[in-house]
Design a protein. Structure first.
Length: 280
C-alpha cells in the first residue's frame, strides 16, 4: 500500500493535463500565497499582497489560510518536487500519511495533525484498488495513478468534512476538485433474473469507472467562480485520460435500459451478444 499514488503525487506529477482549477493557500497576513496549480507548473508561490487579498475575496471557497511556517514548508516541498530535487513528492506538514507512502512506524502512529492524518491513513488502507496498468473485473486502469474503490473515496471525503479544519479543506479541495480523478464501483444494475443466471456472472460482477464526487466545504455560505448563477455547481472538468475512460463506458445507460427491460430482447445468447457489443 505504501506505493499507492495519493493526492500529492497526483497533483504534482500530472502537470497541466489535469484541469485548470486551482486552490490557494495563504499565510495569516495574506502577504503571500501558494497556488495549486498554475498554468505551466503544479504550484507556484505568489508574493503580490494585493493579488493575494483579491483572490481571497473572489475565490473564498478555494482560498485557505495556514501558518507562515507551514506555507514555507509547502512551498519548499513543491519547489523541490518541480525541480527534481525530490523524487517522491512532498508530505503535508504535520502528517505521516498524507503524502507518497508514509513515514509511520506502525498503524496507530499519526503525525501532529492527527485528525487529517487519520483520514489519509484510512484512505491508504482501502482494501480494494487498481494499480496503474492493472486490469480486474472488466476494467483496466490506463492512468499513471492508483484508482480507489468509490466507497473509499467517499469515506475519505466524509472524514475530511467532519474534521473540517483548514488543513482538511486544503487536502479535500486538492484531491476532489483539483485532481478530479476517477474511482470505480460495482455495476449494480443487473436485474434479479440476470443475477440468478450463471451465464451472466461475467457481466454482473464487473466494475465501472465513475468521476469522484466533488468536495464542497461544509461552511459554504458564499458564491464563487465555481458556482453558477442558479446556485448549482459547474460540472467538473477531467483529464484526457479520465475522458477516455468515461468514453469507454459511456454505453452504460444503454445497457441498463436493456437489463431493466429484458422483454425488449431475447432471453438467450442474443442478450449476451448485445451486451458484449455495448461493452466492447
Amino acid at each position: 500500500m505504501d506505493l499507492k499514488t495519493n493526492i500529492f503525487g497526483i497533483v504534482l506529477l500530472a502537470g497541466i493535463s489535469l484541469t485548470s482549477a486551482s486552490v490557494y493557500v495563504s499565510d495569516p497576513g495574506r502577504n503571500m500565497m501558494l497556488e495549486f496549480y498554475a498554468a505551466n507548473q503544479p504550484c507556484r508561490l505568489i508574493n503580490d499582497r494585493l493579488r493575494v487579498q483579491k483572490k481571497a475575496t473572489t475565490d473564498p471557497l478555494y482560498f485557505h489560510t495556514i501558518s507562515h511556517q507551514e506555507l514555507q514548508e509547502l512551498s519548499k516541498s513543491c519547489k523541490d518536487r518541480y525541480t527534481g530535487s525530490s523524487s517522491v513528492g512532498f508530505r503535508f506538514p504535520g502528517t505521516k500519511w498524507c503524502g507518497p507512502g508514509n513515514t509511520a512506524q506502525r498503524y496507530d502512529d499519526l503525525g501532529e495533525k492527527s485528525e487529517v492524518d487519520r483520514c489519509c491513513r484510512d484512505h491508504d488502507h482501502c482494501p480494494t484498488w487498481l494499480e496503474p496498468g492493472q486490469c480486474r473485473r472488466g476494467i483496466c486502469n490506463i492512468s499513471p495513478f492508483t484508482r480507489s474503490l468509490c466507497d473509499c473515496d467517499r469515506a475519505f471525503k466524509k472524514c475530511l468534512q467532519e474534521v473540517n479544519t483548514s488543513d482538511a479543506r486544503i487536502i479535500a479541495t486538492l484531491y476532489f476538485n483539483v485532481a478530479q480523478i476517477t474511482c470505480f464501483k460495482d455495476r449494480r444494475s443487473c436485474p434479479q433474473w440476470m443475477r440468478n443466471d450463471p451465464s451472466y456472472t461475467w457481466f454482473c460482477d464487473e466494475w465501472k469507472f465513475v468521476p469522484v464526487e466533488r468536495y464542497v466545504p461544509l461552511a459554504e455560505n458564499v458564491t464563487s467562480n465555481e458556482i453558477r448563477g442558479d446556485g448549482k455547481e459547474k460540472p467538473p472538468e477531467h483529464s484526457k485520460i479520465d475522458k477516455d475512460l468515461h468514453a469507454l463506458y459511456r454505453a452504460d445507460e444503454d445497457m441498463e435500459k436493456i437489463m431493466d427491460n429484458p422483454k425488449t430482447v431475447p432471453k438467450q445468447t442474443g442478450v449476451k451478444e448485445i451486451l458484449t457489443k455495448k461493452l466492447y
